[in-house]
Structures are given as C-alpha cells and as structure tokens.
Write a protein that binds this ligand. Structure first.
Ligand SMILES: Nc1ncnc2c1ncn2[C@@H]1O[C@H](COP(=O)(O)OP(=O)(O)OP(=O)(O)O)[C@@H](O)[C@H]1O
Ligand SMILES: O=P(O)(O)OC[C@H]1O[C@H](OP(=O)(O)OP(=O)(O)O)[C@H](O)[C@@H]1O
Length: 234
C-alpha cells in the first residue's frame, strides 16, 4: 500500500514542511514542474506526495483520502466535527504559529472577558434590535467556544472569508473571531483580544488520518518516528 502525504502547496508553510521532511530523511521532489501538485520522495516508491491548500488538507484527512497531512491545527479542528476521532495529531512541527482569538473594538472599554461579552450578547437585542454579530470563517470553533465553553447562545455568525478585521468598522459585524500571529492587523483595526478570548493556539502539525490498516504498516510508524526525531524536544 502506498502512503500519501499531503503538504501545503504554497508559501512558508510549504517550504517549512518540506524542510522538516528533508531533515527527517525524506527528500521530496516535485514531479513535473514547480506548479505540479504531485511529488515523490527520492528513493521511495512506497510514499506519494500531494500538494494541496492548507484547508483542503484538513478536509482530505477527514475523508481519509490521504494518510498524512501537514496543516494548521485550527483548520483541522474547524473542518472536522470530531477531529480527534478522525485524525491523530502525531507531531507539532514548530512553525505556522497563530492563535484563533475573540476580539472586540478597543472602545468597548467595559468588555474585557468572555463573561462581559456574554452580558453584552444577552441584552444586545433589547438595545439594538438584533443579535450580536460575529464575523469569522471559524464557524465550528466559534460555536463550540461560545456555546459550550462560555454558555453564550445569543449571537449570529456573519461569514467572512477575508479582511475579517475590517468587519466591525464597516458595520458588517460587531466583533470578530480570527487568526492572529503578530497582532498588528488587530491593532491597525482598533481591535483588542479578550483576556480569556484565545480559543486555540495553533501551529502546523503532522496529522494522520486514523485508518485501521495503519496499525500494521511499518511505513506509517517510520514516518512518524523520523519526523518526531528531528523536532526540538518540546
Ligand atoms: N499570520 C497568519 N495568517 C494566516 N494564517 C496563518 C498565519 N500564521 C499561521 N497561519 C496558519 O496557516 C494556515 C493557513 O494557511 P493558508 O492561508 O495557506 O491556508 P488556506 O486558507 O487553505 O489557503 P487558501 O487561502 O489558498 O485556501 C492556518 O493553519 C493558519 O493557522
Ligand atoms: O496578527 P498578524 O500578524 O497581523 O496576522 C494576522 C493576519 O494574517 C492573516 O491574513 P493573511 O493575509 O495572512 O491570510 P488570510 O487573509 O488568508 O487569512 C489573518 O487572516 C490576519 O488577517
């Protein structure tokens, strides 16, 4: 059985993922040209590489269409209803660090915690005639964090696929849930992270699709062991 590893098809995440595999002894060559979405590992015809977008990798892992993937934990948890049942996070790779956060306009001076936000949400309709609107592309993570984590049920999610931080200023939403790394986009848009508003601290991970046949496949164990061996001790 050939083992398929899905790697990000572009950007720093692609370069960093290829570098980890190379250090682990799997030297990846893109077949065809630079734009090709297929690759192989030098000297190994039992491993196949697929280059996909980071969010596609999460979905393909969920569908079991690939055996391994390198992608952000945020995308796996957002894409899959029961990420830990469908996949195994085999290694945290030490790059692609970003946090998924709840951020409110800086001028909401008396809203510093999720409990404060719960109070705002509870009487938002009475005050404004509508529910609190949250702009995000992280629907599943937001629902879980707000409803299960903090008992906040009164809100509406506004789909946002880009420039999410601009939504409060444009009036498209009241607050946001988005990814941040340096925080500069939030600051530029006069938004502030709630003190307990970090939903997930994500980074790129080596993720395995859970499949029964992996248990007795030495190549699966080899890939996990060799990648783990080149990571700095946690
Ligand atoms: N500053 C950052 N901004 C956005 N994503 C980041 C940042 N730092 C790390 N990441 C991580 O990178 C991943 C997203 O990568 P990318 O934008 O390439 O994915 P994608 O949304 O699938 O791409 P595409 O827009 O082509 O569909 C996420 O896991 C995210 O956590
Ligand atoms: O905290 P910061 O360092 O300012 O980074 C956060 C920003 O980076 C991402 O945008 P990016 O353009 O990288 O990707 P996206 O638009 O696909 O989300 C993200 O959506 C934020 O807007």
């Amino acid at each position: 059985m050939t083992i398929t590893i899905a790697l990000p098809s572009k950007g720093r995440m692609k370069d960093d993922a290829m570098a980890v595999f190379s250090r682990a002894g799997f030297s990846i060559v893109q077949t065809g040209n630079d734009r090709s979405y297929r690759g192989r590992v030098e000297g190994r015809d039992d491993i196949e590489i697929a280059f996909l977008s980071a969010s596609e990798i999460a979905r393909e892992l969920g569908a079991g269409a690939v055996d391994f993937g390198v992608t952000g934990e945020d995308l796996v948890r957002e894409s899959l209803p029961d990420a830990d049942r469908a996949t195994a996070f085999e290694a945290r790779l030490g790059f692609g660090h970003a946090s998924v956060v709840v951020a409110v306009p800086e001028i909401w001076l008396d809203v510093t915690t999720m409990a404060d936000l719960g109070d705002v949400a509870a009487d938002f309709r009475a005050r404004h005639g509508r529910r609190l609107a949250i702009a995000t592309k992280y629907h599943r993570l937001t629902r879980t964090f707000f409803s299960k984590g903090h008992g906040i049920q009164l809100y509406r999610i506004v789909e946002s696929l880009g420039a999410t931080e601009g939504a409060p200023a444009s009036g498209a939403a009241d607050i946001i849930v988005d990814i941040t790394s340096t925080g500069s986009t939030l600051r530029a848009n006069h938004l502030r992270i709630l003190s307990d508003g970090v939903m997930l601290e994500s980074e790129a991970c080596l993720v395995r699709a859970r499949k029964p046949e992996h248990d007795r496949n030495p190549v699966v164990a080899e890939i996990v062991a060799k990648v783990r061996a080149v990571l700095p001790a946690a």
